[in-house]
Ligand binder design. Structure first.
Ligand SMILES: Cc1cc2nc3c(=O)[nH]c(=O)nc-3n(C[C@H](O)[C@H](O)[C@H](O)COP(=O)(O)O)c2cc1C
Length: 166
């Protein structure tokens, strides 16, 4: 289906994109001036560069957390475990207090690191780019950690899955 055709259907486009299975991350930040602490569920997280060590994620221009993410001097990328579906759901909503009862420690620039995540990447801003109705964030990784025995949470065709080892 081509973009200019009247038949281009945004819902069908989303459905087709959903066939690309991804992990699920919660990206967090503490915005300097307001001290607001934000966290967003994201499937757009990906690796970019080894030297320098860069990752990316894209944030909807409509997201409540976008101004805080743009103002932040550090981000925490938390790769969720199979048993953290509840955290994915919690951080995918515009809640008053997303953080109530969520165990975490402080990462770079006080960006929260969620306990139980299978990997953490602590990042600082590198660049922002126009991404249509999203803003693409490139971030430089300053510290990272991962667990050896870890089952990831997977998002595929709009639903959560685990990985079945073959
Ligand atoms: C599995 C999953 C993946 C998501 N990926 C993204 C993403 O990559 N970028 C984005 O802006 N929103 C994404 N969202 C939606 C945001 O998590 C959601 O809009 C959230 O409410 C944003 O936080 P905010 O309301 O504090 O801005 C995703 C939601 C889910 C459930």
């Amino acid at each position: 289906m081509d973009e200019k055709s009247p038949a281009f259907d945004a819902r069908a486009f989303r459905r087709a994109l959903g066939h690309f299975a991804t992990g699920v991350a919660v990206v967090t930040a503490r915005a300097g001036e307001t001290d607001e602490v934000v966290g967003m569920t994201m499937s757009s997280f990906n690796s970019v560069s080894l030297d320098p060590p860069l990752v990316l994620f894209s944030v909807a221009r409509s997201a409540h957390s976008l101004p805080a993410m743009l103002a932040a001097r550090g981000y925490g990328v938390n790769v969720l475990a199979r048993d953290q579906e509840h955290l994915s759901n919690r951080f995918a909503r515009a809640l008053e207090d997303k953080w109530a009862g969520v165990a975490h420690t402080a990462g770079v620039e006080d960006a929260p690191l969620l306990s139980g995540a299978i990997a953490h990447f602590e990042c600082v801003p590198y660049a922002h780019h126009d991404g249509g109705d999203h803003v693409i964030f490139l971030a430089r990784v300053v510290r990272f950690a991962h667990s050896e025995e870890a089952e990831p949470l997977v998002f595929f065709r709009g639903a959560y899955h685990g990985v079945v080892a073959s």
